[in-house]
Design a protein around this ligand. Structure first.
Ligand code: FES
Length: 70
């Protein structure tokens, strides 16, 4: 399922980024190397992040973890 239609980003790609510790919507875009356009997907990405147990480590920016930007 596509979450971000503007950038053709699938739910599975966002799940992967979240699983790697990203907990900030802007950092999700950064990690996927896309720019938000209409912003409609922001709320859904926030919901996806809210469902992740807080015990998992977090990264607020791909710059903090360069492997996420690759
Ligand atoms: S749907 Fe993601 S920026 Fe438009």
């Amino acid at each position: 399922m596509y979450v971000c239609i503007c950038n053709a980003v699938r739910e599975s790609e966002i799940e992967q980024v979240i699983a790697e510790g990203v907990r900030d919507v802007e950092a999700v875009y950064e990690a996927l190397d896309v720019e938000p356009q209409c912003g409609t997907c922001r709320a859904y990405i926030r919901e996806m992040m809210a469902e992740v147990p807080s015990a998992l480590p977090s990264v607020t920016s791909a710059k903090a973890n360069p492997e996420l930007a690759a």
